[in-house]
Ligand binder design. Structure first.
Ligand code: ZN
Length: 251
């Protein structure tokens, strides 16, 4: 079963890379066939098997010999491994399925936000729908509606931070994608842990922001990957964060 989950992960990982690199350029992903980015030749099914095709073709396009970005292999392997780990730790439980949602979003947001400075709407919408269905099945309607309220509350917190940032820095401090993403974080983690995720993400982003400002004089930092990273960290280590929280605030 774990091998099956790993293989599903590699297939989806390969799809996520397509989503994260083609959608920001306005390319169709559902109805257009996969093609080589260099010679634009349409790829056959045997060029599209995760990992195997990359290794079989020695990392080059069969038609023009152009190198295929190593990101393809990395993305397939990492998604497969994370899926397998989620199965290993959680079996087929709510945490497993919701874990897959978080892993998938994290991978797509890492690529699209670092490469194109954008958090795509469609993966967020799919994430919200899948989370809604999962919560409905595992926790019932009342709990699901309460968690949606948590999402709205965290969305408002992020909106407030954005407004304050605009007043202080006199320019857009957060992207619209970051604010929409905050809704999903609150929906998944509930309000308290969601708030901790926002705080943790600023600590994760800080070293990168400082380095990027001083080393390459760039003050535009993608924030999405750090939000996604802290969502993943807190979700997968939730019990530890809950202990920490009750220790700090005696709640
Ligand atoms: Zn080619």
């Amino acid at each position: 079963m774990i091998i099956f989950v790993f293989l599903m992960g590699t297939i989806l990982g390969s799809f996520y890379l397509v989503v994260a690199t083609r959608l920001p350029k306005g390319e169709d992903i559902l109805f257009s066939r996969s093609h080589c980015d260099h010679c634009h030749k349409e790829l056959k099914w045997y060029n599209l098997i995760p990992i195997v095709s990359f290794l079989g073709q020695k990392g080059k396009c069969t038609y023009c010999g152009e190198k295929i970005a190593l990101l393809n292999l990395t993305c397939e392997l990492i998604t497969g491994l994370c899926f397998a780990l989620a199965y290993y730790f959680f079996d087929f439980s709510y945490n497993f399925w919701e874990g897959l949602v978080i892993i998938s979003l994290t991978i797509i947001i890492f690529i699209s936000d670092f490469k194109y400075m954008i958090i795509l709407d469609s993966p967020l919408v799919v994430g919200v729908i899948v989370t809604f269905v999962l919560k409905l099945i595992y926790f019932g309607l009342n709990q699901t509606l309460y968690d949606i309220l948590c999402g709205i509350a965290l969305f408002c917190v992020m909106l407030l931070i954005e407004q304050i940032g605009q007043i202080i820095f006199k320019k857009e401090a957060l992207g619209g994608g970051d604010i929409k993403f905050a809704f999903l974080i609150g929906f998944i983690l509930k309000f308290r842990l969601g708030l901790i995720a926002l705080i943790l993400s600023t600590f994760l982003a800080l070293p990168y922001s400082v380095a990027s400002l001083y080393l390459i004089k760039n003050n535009e930092v993608p924030y999405g990957p750090f939000l996604a990273g802290s969502l993943a960290i807190i979700f997968f280590m939730m019990d530890k964060f809950q202990t920490l929280f009750s220790f700090l605030f005696h709640i």
